[in-house]
Write a protein that binds this ligand. Sequence first.
Ligand code: NAD
Ligand code: USQ
Length: 405
Amino acid sequence: MKIAVLGGDGFCGWPTVLHLSDQGHEIHIIDNLSRRWIDTELGVQSLTPMDSIQERCRIWKQETGKELHFHLLDLAREYERLRGWLSDHRPDAIIHFAEQRAAPYSMKSDRHKIYTVNNNVNATHNLLTAMVETGIDAHLVHLGTMGVYGYSSVGAPIPEGYLDIEIDTPDGKKAQEILYPTRPGSVYHMTKSLDQILFQFYAQNDGLRITDLHQGIVWGTHTEQTRRHEQLINRFDYDGDYGTVLNRFLIQAAIGYPLTVHGTGGQTRAFIHLQDSVRCIELALADAPRAGERVRIFNQMTETHRVRDLAELVAKMTGTEIAWLPNPRKEAAENDLVVENAQFLALGLNPTTLQEGLLDEVVEVARKYAHRIDRKRVPAVSAWTKDIAKRVETDPEGKRLKSAS
Ligand code: NAD
Ligand code: USQ
Protein backbone atom coordinates (compact mmCIF):
# COMPACT_ATOMS: atom_id res chain seq x y z
CA MET A 1 0.00 0.00 0.00
CA LYS A 2 0.98 3.62 -0.43
CA ILE A 3 0.65 5.05 3.10
CA ALA A 4 0.87 8.68 4.27
CA VAL A 5 2.06 8.91 7.88
CA LEU A 6 1.10 12.34 9.22
CA GLY A 7 3.30 13.19 12.21
CA GLY A 8 5.79 10.51 11.14
CA ASP A 9 8.72 12.28 12.83
CA GLY A 10 7.21 11.85 16.32
CA PHE A 11 7.54 9.35 19.16
CA CYS A 12 4.81 6.98 17.87
CA GLY A 13 5.02 8.04 14.22
CA TRP A 14 8.69 7.23 13.54
CA PRO A 15 8.61 3.60 14.76
CA THR A 16 5.33 3.12 12.84
CA VAL A 17 7.00 4.43 9.66
CA LEU A 18 9.85 1.92 10.05
CA HIS A 19 7.53 -0.98 10.93
CA LEU A 20 5.33 -0.42 7.87
CA SER A 21 8.26 0.27 5.52
CA ASP A 22 9.82 -2.99 6.74
CA GLN A 23 6.65 -4.77 5.64
CA GLY A 24 7.09 -3.43 2.12
CA HIS A 25 4.65 -0.50 2.11
CA GLU A 26 5.52 2.75 0.29
CA ILE A 27 5.74 5.34 3.05
CA HIS A 28 5.34 9.12 2.82
CA ILE A 29 6.01 11.07 6.01
CA ILE A 30 4.19 14.39 6.33
CA ASP A 31 5.29 16.51 9.28
CA ASN A 32 5.83 20.22 9.99
CA LEU A 33 8.51 19.38 12.61
CA SER A 34 6.57 21.48 15.16
CA ARG A 35 7.53 19.04 17.92
CA ARG A 36 11.20 19.84 17.37
CA TRP A 37 10.38 23.56 17.58
CA ILE A 38 8.48 22.99 20.84
CA ASP A 39 11.64 21.38 22.28
CA THR A 40 13.41 24.62 21.43
CA GLU A 41 10.62 26.70 23.01
CA LEU A 42 10.78 24.65 26.21
CA GLY A 43 14.59 24.48 26.26
CA VAL A 44 14.62 20.67 26.35
CA GLN A 45 15.78 17.88 24.10
CA SER A 46 14.90 14.25 23.63
CA LEU A 47 16.83 12.02 26.04
CA THR A 48 18.01 10.11 22.98
CA PRO A 49 20.02 11.95 20.30
CA MET A 50 17.66 12.18 17.32
CA ASP A 51 19.02 12.98 13.89
CA SER A 52 17.19 15.19 11.41
CA ILE A 53 14.31 13.48 9.66
CA GLN A 54 16.22 13.56 6.37
CA GLU A 55 19.22 11.84 7.99
CA ARG A 56 16.97 9.23 9.65
CA CYS A 57 15.48 8.43 6.24
CA ARG A 58 18.96 8.20 4.68
CA ILE A 59 20.11 5.68 7.32
CA TRP A 60 16.99 3.54 6.83
CA LYS A 61 17.70 3.43 3.06
CA GLN A 62 21.32 2.51 3.75
CA GLU A 63 20.31 -0.30 6.15
CA THR A 64 17.36 -1.75 4.22
CA GLY A 65 17.42 -0.36 0.68
CA LYS A 66 13.93 1.00 1.29
CA GLU A 67 13.08 4.59 0.45
CA LEU A 68 11.16 6.86 2.85
CA HIS A 69 9.72 10.08 1.42
CA PHE A 70 9.54 13.17 3.63
CA HIS A 71 7.27 16.16 2.97
CA LEU A 72 7.44 19.28 5.17
CA LEU A 73 3.83 20.44 5.48
CA ASP A 74 1.66 21.99 8.19
CA LEU A 75 -1.72 20.22 8.12
CA ALA A 76 -3.42 22.91 10.19
CA ARG A 77 -2.20 25.92 8.19
CA GLU A 78 -1.46 24.78 4.64
CA TYR A 79 -4.77 23.44 3.43
CA GLU A 80 -4.16 24.08 -0.30
CA ARG A 81 -0.83 22.26 -0.23
CA LEU A 82 -2.38 19.36 1.67
CA ARG A 83 -5.21 19.02 -0.85
CA GLY A 84 -2.71 19.25 -3.73
CA TRP A 85 -0.52 16.59 -2.15
CA LEU A 86 -3.43 14.18 -1.64
CA SER A 87 -4.67 14.78 -5.17
CA ASP A 88 -1.20 14.10 -6.68
CA HIS A 89 -0.23 11.13 -4.49
CA ARG A 90 -3.62 9.44 -3.81
CA PRO A 91 -2.51 7.26 -0.86
CA ASP A 92 -4.37 4.01 -0.05
CA ALA A 93 -4.19 4.73 3.67
CA ILE A 94 -3.46 7.71 5.90
CA ILE A 95 -2.28 7.41 9.50
CA HIS A 96 -2.88 10.61 11.45
CA PHE A 97 -0.55 11.21 14.43
CA ALA A 98 -0.06 14.93 13.68
CA GLU A 99 -1.43 16.75 16.72
CA GLN A 100 -0.06 18.53 19.80
CA ARG A 101 -0.26 15.64 22.22
CA ALA A 102 0.85 16.78 25.70
CA ALA A 103 -1.87 17.56 28.25
CA PRO A 104 0.47 19.70 30.44
CA TYR A 105 1.66 21.71 27.41
CA SER A 106 -1.97 22.33 26.43
CA MET A 107 -2.65 23.79 29.92
CA LYS A 108 0.44 26.03 30.29
CA SER A 109 -1.23 29.33 29.32
CA ASP A 110 -4.02 30.77 27.20
CA ARG A 111 -1.60 30.84 24.25
CA HIS A 112 -0.90 27.11 24.60
CA LYS A 113 -4.61 26.30 24.89
CA ILE A 114 -5.36 28.26 21.71
CA TYR A 115 -2.45 26.73 19.83
CA THR A 116 -3.50 23.19 20.79
CA VAL A 117 -7.13 23.71 19.71
CA ASN A 118 -6.20 25.50 16.46
CA ASN A 119 -3.53 22.99 15.56
CA ASN A 120 -5.37 19.78 16.40
CA VAL A 121 -8.89 20.60 15.29
CA ASN A 122 -7.77 22.33 12.08
CA ALA A 123 -5.30 19.57 11.21
CA THR A 124 -8.02 16.93 11.53
CA HIS A 125 -10.71 18.95 9.80
CA ASN A 126 -8.43 20.07 6.94
CA LEU A 127 -7.52 16.45 6.34
CA LEU A 128 -11.14 15.26 6.29
CA THR A 129 -12.35 17.96 3.96
CA ALA A 130 -9.37 17.48 1.64
CA MET A 131 -10.14 13.75 1.48
CA VAL A 132 -13.70 14.56 0.40
CA GLU A 133 -12.63 17.24 -2.07
CA THR A 134 -10.01 15.07 -3.82
CA GLY A 135 -12.34 12.06 -3.86
CA ILE A 136 -9.63 9.70 -2.66
CA ASP A 137 -10.77 6.45 -1.06
CA ALA A 138 -8.02 6.18 1.56
CA HIS A 139 -8.63 4.44 4.88
CA LEU A 140 -7.94 7.02 7.61
CA VAL A 141 -6.47 5.65 10.85
CA HIS A 142 -6.38 8.29 13.59
CA LEU A 143 -4.61 8.18 16.93
CA GLY A 144 -7.05 9.23 19.59
CA THR A 145 -6.78 8.72 23.33
CA MET A 146 -8.35 6.75 26.19
CA GLY A 147 -8.45 10.10 28.01
CA VAL A 148 -11.49 11.30 26.06
CA TYR A 149 -13.54 9.34 28.61
CA GLY A 150 -12.02 10.83 31.75
CA TYR A 151 -10.87 7.42 33.14
CA SER A 152 -14.00 6.51 35.03
CA SER A 153 -15.44 3.12 34.30
CA VAL A 154 -18.51 3.48 36.57
CA GLY A 155 -17.95 -0.13 37.50
CA ALA A 156 -18.39 -1.43 33.93
CA PRO A 157 -15.66 -1.69 31.28
CA ILE A 158 -15.31 1.30 28.93
CA PRO A 159 -16.65 -0.08 25.62
CA GLU A 160 -14.96 0.36 22.24
CA GLY A 161 -16.54 3.63 21.21
CA TYR A 162 -20.29 3.04 21.35
CA LEU A 163 -22.99 2.66 23.95
CA ASP A 164 -26.46 1.20 23.52
CA ILE A 165 -29.02 3.28 25.39
CA GLU A 166 -32.77 3.49 25.71
CA ILE A 167 -34.63 6.81 25.58
CA ASP A 168 -38.10 7.35 27.07
CA THR A 169 -40.44 8.66 24.35
CA PRO A 170 -44.23 9.16 24.41
CA ASP A 171 -44.42 5.85 22.51
CA GLY A 172 -42.33 3.96 25.04
CA LYS A 173 -38.61 3.20 25.18
CA LYS A 174 -36.57 3.58 21.98
CA ALA A 175 -33.14 1.98 21.56
CA GLN A 176 -30.28 4.11 20.27
CA GLU A 177 -26.55 3.73 19.79
CA ILE A 178 -24.47 6.75 20.81
CA LEU A 179 -20.78 7.58 21.05
CA TYR A 180 -19.68 6.72 24.59
CA PRO A 181 -19.86 10.03 26.52
CA THR A 182 -16.67 12.05 26.69
CA ARG A 183 -15.33 13.83 29.76
CA PRO A 184 -11.91 15.20 28.79
CA GLY A 185 -9.56 16.28 31.58
CA SER A 186 -7.36 18.75 29.63
CA VAL A 187 -7.56 21.02 26.58
CA TYR A 188 -5.50 18.43 24.69
CA HIS A 189 -7.92 15.61 25.58
CA MET A 190 -10.80 17.95 24.66
CA THR A 191 -9.43 18.30 21.10
CA LYS A 192 -9.50 14.51 20.75
CA SER A 193 -13.14 14.52 21.87
CA LEU A 194 -13.88 17.12 19.17
CA ASP A 195 -12.07 14.94 16.60
CA GLN A 196 -14.55 12.15 17.36
CA ILE A 197 -17.49 14.30 16.26
CA LEU A 198 -15.67 15.38 13.08
CA PHE A 199 -15.13 11.71 12.22
CA GLN A 200 -18.74 10.79 12.93
CA PHE A 201 -19.95 13.55 10.60
CA TYR A 202 -17.63 12.79 7.66
CA ALA A 203 -18.23 9.02 7.84
CA GLN A 204 -21.97 9.60 7.81
CA ASN A 205 -22.10 12.45 5.27
CA ASP A 206 -19.37 11.47 2.81
CA GLY A 207 -18.80 7.78 3.45
CA LEU A 208 -15.19 8.30 4.55
CA ARG A 209 -13.63 5.12 5.91
CA ILE A 210 -12.25 5.94 9.35
CA THR A 211 -10.72 4.04 12.25
CA ASP A 212 -10.14 5.91 15.54
CA LEU A 213 -7.66 4.29 17.93
CA HIS A 214 -8.24 5.32 21.53
CA GLN A 215 -4.75 4.72 22.78
CA GLY A 216 -3.51 4.52 26.37
CA ILE A 217 -0.15 5.87 27.60
CA VAL A 218 2.67 4.53 25.43
CA TRP A 219 5.80 3.38 27.24
CA GLY A 220 9.18 2.03 26.11
CA THR A 221 11.48 3.46 23.47
CA HIS A 222 12.78 0.81 21.07
CA THR A 223 11.04 -1.33 18.50
CA GLU A 224 12.53 -4.10 16.40
CA GLN A 225 13.38 -1.60 13.65
CA THR A 226 14.71 1.32 15.77
CA ARG A 227 17.22 -1.14 17.32
CA ARG A 228 18.82 -1.77 13.92
CA HIS A 229 21.06 1.31 13.85
CA GLU A 230 22.02 3.91 16.46
CA GLN A 231 20.81 6.70 14.17
CA LEU A 232 17.35 5.15 13.86
CA ILE A 233 16.82 5.70 17.59
CA ASN A 234 13.41 6.97 18.66
CA ARG A 235 12.54 10.24 20.41
CA PHE A 236 12.26 9.91 24.20
CA ASP A 237 10.62 12.72 26.20
CA TYR A 238 11.44 13.03 29.89
CA ASP A 239 10.51 16.64 30.71
CA GLY A 240 7.54 17.77 32.83
CA ASP A 241 5.37 18.58 29.80
CA TYR A 242 5.97 15.81 27.28
CA GLY A 243 7.41 12.97 29.38
CA THR A 244 4.72 10.41 30.25
CA VAL A 245 4.48 8.84 33.65
CA LEU A 246 6.13 5.42 33.35
CA ASN A 247 8.90 6.57 31.01
CA ARG A 248 9.54 9.48 33.41
CA PHE A 249 9.81 7.18 36.44
CA LEU A 250 12.30 5.01 34.54
CA ILE A 251 14.60 7.90 33.58
CA GLN A 252 14.27 9.40 37.06
CA ALA A 253 15.42 6.06 38.48
CA ALA A 254 18.36 6.04 36.05
CA ILE A 255 19.62 9.45 37.28
CA GLY A 256 18.72 9.06 40.97
CA TYR A 257 15.93 11.66 40.86
CA PRO A 258 13.06 11.06 43.32
CA LEU A 259 10.07 9.55 41.49
CA THR A 260 7.58 12.38 40.95
CA VAL A 261 4.19 10.97 42.03
CA HIS A 262 1.35 13.49 41.74
CA GLY A 263 -0.91 13.41 44.81
CA THR A 264 -1.55 9.99 46.29
CA GLY A 265 -0.71 8.28 42.99
CA GLY A 266 -4.18 6.73 43.09
CA GLN A 267 -4.78 7.61 39.41
CA THR A 268 -5.32 4.48 37.32
CA ARG A 269 -4.43 4.72 33.64
CA ALA A 270 -4.29 2.48 30.57
CA PHE A 271 -0.89 1.55 29.10
CA ILE A 272 0.57 0.00 25.96
CA HIS A 273 4.16 -0.76 24.97
CA LEU A 274 5.48 1.03 21.85
CA GLN A 275 6.05 -2.28 20.04
CA ASP A 276 2.37 -3.20 20.55
CA SER A 277 1.30 0.28 19.48
CA VAL A 278 2.92 -0.15 16.03
CA ARG A 279 1.51 -3.68 15.75
CA CYS A 280 -2.01 -2.40 16.53
CA ILE A 281 -1.72 0.13 13.71
CA GLU A 282 -0.73 -2.66 11.33
CA LEU A 283 -3.77 -4.69 12.50
CA ALA A 284 -6.14 -1.73 12.17
CA LEU A 285 -4.87 -0.99 8.64
CA ALA A 286 -5.64 -4.53 7.56
CA ASP A 287 -9.18 -4.33 8.90
CA ALA A 288 -10.57 -1.24 7.12
CA PRO A 289 -14.26 -0.34 7.37
CA ARG A 290 -16.35 -0.10 4.19
CA ALA A 291 -17.74 3.21 2.90
CA GLY A 292 -20.96 4.01 4.76
CA GLU A 293 -19.96 2.05 7.87
CA ARG A 294 -19.84 3.88 11.20
CA VAL A 295 -16.38 4.96 12.44
CA ARG A 296 -14.56 1.92 13.76
CA ILE A 297 -13.25 2.60 17.28
CA PHE A 298 -10.68 0.46 19.12
CA ASN A 299 -9.36 0.82 22.64
CA GLN A 300 -5.63 0.55 21.98
CA MET A 301 -4.27 -0.50 25.38
CA THR A 302 -3.09 -3.73 26.96
CA GLU A 303 -3.13 -3.19 30.75
CA THR A 304 -4.11 -0.71 33.44
CA HIS A 305 -1.97 0.39 36.38
CA ARG A 306 -2.21 2.74 39.33
CA VAL A 307 0.50 5.46 39.31
CA ARG A 308 1.68 4.66 42.87
CA ASP A 309 1.99 0.95 42.02
CA LEU A 310 4.23 1.88 39.08
CA ALA A 311 6.32 4.16 41.32
CA GLU A 312 6.63 1.40 43.95
CA LEU A 313 7.60 -1.14 41.27
CA VAL A 314 10.32 1.14 39.84
CA ALA A 315 11.48 2.12 43.36
CA LYS A 316 11.86 -1.55 44.32
CA MET A 317 13.60 -2.42 41.08
CA THR A 318 16.15 0.41 41.29
CA GLY A 319 16.27 1.55 44.93
CA THR A 320 15.04 5.07 44.07
CA GLU A 321 13.03 7.19 46.55
CA ILE A 322 9.50 8.39 45.86
CA ALA A 323 8.57 12.10 46.15
CA TRP A 324 4.85 12.55 46.91
CA LEU A 325 4.05 15.91 45.29
CA PRO A 326 1.03 18.22 45.22
CA ASN A 327 -0.82 17.36 42.01
CA PRO A 328 -0.44 20.12 39.36
CA ARG A 329 -3.49 18.70 37.52
CA LYS A 330 -7.20 18.80 38.28
CA GLU A 331 -8.04 15.09 38.20
CA ALA A 332 -9.57 12.46 40.48
CA ALA A 333 -7.15 11.53 43.27
CA GLU A 334 -8.18 7.86 43.06
CA ASN A 335 -10.01 6.04 40.28
CA ASP A 336 -10.64 2.52 39.03
CA LEU A 337 -10.42 1.83 35.34
CA VAL A 338 -11.68 -1.19 33.43
CA VAL A 339 -11.33 -1.09 29.65
CA GLU A 340 -12.65 -3.38 26.93
CA ASN A 341 -9.96 -4.29 24.35
CA ALA A 342 -11.39 -7.45 22.82
CA GLN A 343 -11.16 -6.24 19.19
CA PHE A 344 -7.35 -6.10 18.99
CA LEU A 345 -6.98 -9.37 20.89
CA ALA A 346 -9.36 -10.97 18.38
CA LEU A 347 -7.24 -9.59 15.51
CA GLY A 348 -4.18 -11.32 16.96
CA LEU A 349 -2.46 -8.82 19.29
CA ASN A 350 -0.21 -10.61 21.76
CA PRO A 351 0.37 -8.00 24.53
CA THR A 352 3.81 -7.12 25.87
CA THR A 353 3.31 -6.57 29.59
CA LEU A 354 5.34 -4.76 32.23
CA GLN A 355 6.53 -8.11 33.54
CA GLU A 356 8.59 -8.86 30.46
CA GLY A 357 11.89 -7.28 31.36
CA LEU A 358 11.48 -4.26 29.10
CA LEU A 359 11.52 -1.85 32.06
CA ASP A 360 15.25 -2.56 32.43
CA GLU A 361 15.79 -1.75 28.77
CA VAL A 362 14.46 1.80 29.24
CA VAL A 363 16.59 2.32 32.37
CA GLU A 364 19.64 1.16 30.37
CA VAL A 365 18.89 3.63 27.54
CA ALA A 366 18.41 6.40 30.12
CA ARG A 367 21.73 5.58 31.83
CA LYS A 368 23.52 5.66 28.48
CA TYR A 369 22.21 9.16 27.68
CA ALA A 370 21.96 10.51 31.26
CA HIS A 371 24.44 13.30 30.39
CA ARG A 372 21.77 14.80 28.09
CA ILE A 373 19.24 15.25 30.92
CA ASP A 374 18.67 18.70 32.40
CA ARG A 375 17.39 18.00 35.94
CA LYS A 376 15.71 21.41 36.03
CA ARG A 377 13.36 20.24 33.25
CA VAL A 378 12.16 17.17 35.18
CA PRO A 379 9.48 18.73 37.45
CA ALA A 380 5.96 19.03 36.00
CA VAL A 381 5.07 22.68 36.60
CA SER A 382 2.15 23.26 34.25
CA ALA A 383 -0.87 23.77 36.54
CA TRP A 384 -4.48 23.14 35.51
CA THR A 385 -5.84 26.28 37.28
CA LYS A 386 -4.44 29.49 38.77
CA ASP A 387 -5.24 28.23 42.28
CA ILE A 388 -3.43 24.96 41.73
CA ALA A 389 -0.43 26.93 40.36
CA LYS A 390 0.16 28.38 43.87
CA ARG A 391 1.02 24.95 45.28
CA VAL A 392 3.03 23.43 42.43
CA GLU A 393 6.33 21.94 43.64
CA THR A 394 9.11 23.20 41.38
CA ASP A 395 11.91 21.60 43.38
CA PRO A 396 11.11 17.91 44.11
CA GLU A 397 14.80 17.25 44.89
CA GLY A 398 14.80 19.92 47.64
CA LYS A 399 18.00 21.48 46.24
CA ARG A 400 16.90 25.10 46.31
CA LEU A 401 18.71 27.33 48.84
CA LYS A 402 16.63 27.55 52.03
CA SER A 403 16.34 30.66 54.16
CA ALA A 404 18.65 30.44 57.19
CA SER A 405 16.42 32.53 59.44
P1 NAD B 1 4.74 13.56 19.07
O1 NAD B 1 4.52 14.97 19.53
O2 NAD B 1 6.03 12.90 19.37
O3 NAD B 1 4.50 13.49 17.49
C1 NAD B 1 3.54 14.24 16.81
C2 NAD B 1 4.13 14.64 15.46
O4 NAD B 1 3.16 15.40 14.72
C3 NAD B 1 5.36 15.53 15.61
O5 NAD B 1 6.41 15.05 14.81
C4 NAD B 1 4.88 16.91 15.15
O6 NAD B 1 5.91 17.68 14.56
C5 NAD B 1 3.77 16.54 14.17
N1 NAD B 1 2.73 17.58 14.01
C6 NAD B 1 2.00 18.19 15.00
N2 NAD B 1 1.17 19.10 14.47
C7 NAD B 1 1.34 19.06 13.12
C8 NAD B 1 0.78 19.77 12.03
N3 NAD B 1 -0.11 20.75 12.22
N4 NAD B 1 1.20 19.48 10.77
C9 NAD B 1 2.13 18.52 10.56
N5 NAD B 1 2.72 17.81 11.55
C10 NAD B 1 2.33 18.08 12.82
O7 NAD B 1 3.53 12.70 19.64
P2 NAD B 1 3.38 11.11 19.78
O8 NAD B 1 3.67 10.73 21.18
O9 NAD B 1 4.10 10.44 18.67
O10 NAD B 1 1.81 10.96 19.56
C11 NAD B 1 1.29 10.77 18.25
C12 NAD B 1 -0.23 10.70 18.32
O11 NAD B 1 -0.62 9.62 19.16
C13 NAD B 1 -0.85 11.97 18.90
O12 NAD B 1 -1.97 12.34 18.17
C14 NAD B 1 -1.24 11.56 20.32
O13 NAD B 1 -2.38 12.26 20.72
C15 NAD B 1 -1.50 10.07 20.19
N6 NAD B 1 -1.21 9.35 21.45
C16 NAD B 1 0.05 9.38 22.00
C17 NAD B 1 0.28 8.70 23.21
C18 NAD B 1 1.61 8.70 23.90
O14 NAD B 1 1.72 8.17 25.02
N7 NAD B 1 2.67 9.24 23.30
C19 NAD B 1 -0.78 8.01 23.81
C20 NAD B 1 -2.05 8.01 23.24
C21 NAD B 1 -2.24 8.70 22.03
N1 USQ C 1 1.84 11.67 36.64
C1 USQ C 1 2.53 11.56 37.83
N2 USQ C 1 3.84 11.91 37.81
C2 USQ C 1 4.48 12.35 36.68
C3 USQ C 1 3.76 12.43 35.48
C4 USQ C 1 2.43 12.09 35.50
O1 USQ C 1 2.00 11.18 38.87
O2 USQ C 1 5.68 12.66 36.77
C5 USQ C 1 0.40 11.28 36.62
C6 USQ C 1 -0.50 12.37 36.06
O3 USQ C 1 -0.91 13.28 37.07
C7 USQ C 1 -1.63 11.53 35.49
C8 USQ C 1 -0.96 10.24 35.05
O4 USQ C 1 0.29 10.19 35.73
O5 USQ C 1 -2.54 11.20 36.50
C9 USQ C 1 -0.72 10.13 33.55
O6 USQ C 1 0.01 11.26 33.09
P1 USQ C 1 0.84 11.18 31.73
O7 USQ C 1 1.53 12.48 31.53
O8 USQ C 1 1.65 9.95 31.70
O9 USQ C 1 -0.33 10.96 30.64
P2 USQ C 1 -1.39 11.94 29.99
O10 USQ C 1 -1.24 13.34 30.43
O11 USQ C 1 -2.73 11.31 30.18
O12 USQ C 1 -1.05 11.89 28.44
C10 USQ C 1 -0.38 10.80 27.78
C11 USQ C 1 0.04 11.29 26.40
C12 USQ C 1 -1.20 11.66 25.59
C13 USQ C 1 -2.14 10.45 25.54
C14 USQ C 1 -2.50 9.97 26.94
C15 USQ C 1 -3.24 8.65 26.92
O13 USQ C 1 0.90 12.42 26.52
O14 USQ C 1 -0.82 12.02 24.27
O15 USQ C 1 -3.32 10.79 24.86
O16 USQ C 1 -1.27 9.70 27.66
S1 USQ C 1 -4.38 8.54 28.23
O17 USQ C 1 -3.70 8.80 29.51
O18 USQ C 1 -4.94 7.20 28.22
O19 USQ C 1 -5.38 9.56 28.03
